[in-house]
Design a protein around this ligand. Sequence first.
Ligand code: FNR
Ligand code: LAC
Length: 349
Amino acid sequence: MAVLSLRDLAEVARERLDPAAYDYFAGGADDEVTLRANEDAYGRIGLVPRVLRGIAERRLDLAILGCPVSLPVVIAPTAFHRLAHPDGELATARAAAAAGTVFISSMAATTRIEEVTETGATTWFQLYVQPDRGFTEALVRRVETAGCRALVITVDSPVFGRRERDLRNGFVDLPEGLACENLRELGRDGTWGPARDIEFVADLDWSDIDRLREMTDLPLVLKGITHPDDAQRAIEHGAAALCVSNHGGRQLDTVPATLDLLPAIAHAVDGRVPVLLDGGIRRGTDVVKACALGASAVGIGRPVLWGLAVDGQRGVEWVLEALRAELDRALALCGYASPGELDSAVLRC
Ligand code: FNR
Ligand code: LAC
């Protein structure tokens, strides 16, 4: 099959991957209502182009939290890249560097953060605050030293979502030989100890964000904001950016599509900090719609895993270049010169 789109690529990845790994990557929580809603939301909004504007060239580049990116698409944090391809997060990071965008490493990465940043990719680190506060602080120091440029705190996971595909497949842990490499501690003898399990912390509250704010000078991105009041509080507690996310439909099911949540959050934020969005981005026109509703940039999760599964670094580069070409074409057809110029005038809801 000729692979022309991100959706084609997902089909090929499904054929290549072990079925349980595929389901872990593809699946969502409970009835997967949110999982479907994220993608479907883009089909419900129309684009109304403007004509004869003489836009010969488009500019897709911008800076987010001081990090230059060549397009408004970053790599959302996803776990276990070595389950998709032996090169794992190294391949993803190299693809991000080649395309000129940010790689957000998951705390549940199967490659140490130090090896990821050595690729030269602009890297942000996604953190699940752990109940062992000493461990959390040591990890923050580690990612600072490794050269990460921002800390992305995932706040939508006080407990773990229930993924019935995984329960059915008996997918409860990583296969032999793979581990969450950022959850090891360096022993006195200079060797890395065993990897801990990630714990989900139900008593996390805003004071934990304050503590992190005091702990580090890295910009904090709060990921998993869905309510405008929480967006407001996040800014009051020092967030440098927000990510509107429902975790790709993997945590609380029936949360609305992120595209539908975005306008109220953009309104509450009122330009004070950049707003990112992830969930269901599969086309350049999706990026146009998210930017028109107030996102500075979007994150992609599963498409990166499909690119990795099909062709490692080259597969991820293909995903980013396909989105770049689609976004550029969509902007030209809409009559806009850059994503930053888009507003709701281009939409028909
Ligand atoms: C995720 N996501 C995620 N988020 C996070 O903060 N830490 C993590 O470790 C993971 N792990 C993870 C694994 C897999 C397999 C998926 C699919 C997702 C959520 C991710 O960052 C993002 O919010 C969604 O993936 C965005 O939706 P799309 O692009 O996959 O539709
Ligand atoms: C997931 C976790 C690891 O969504 O965030 O699978």
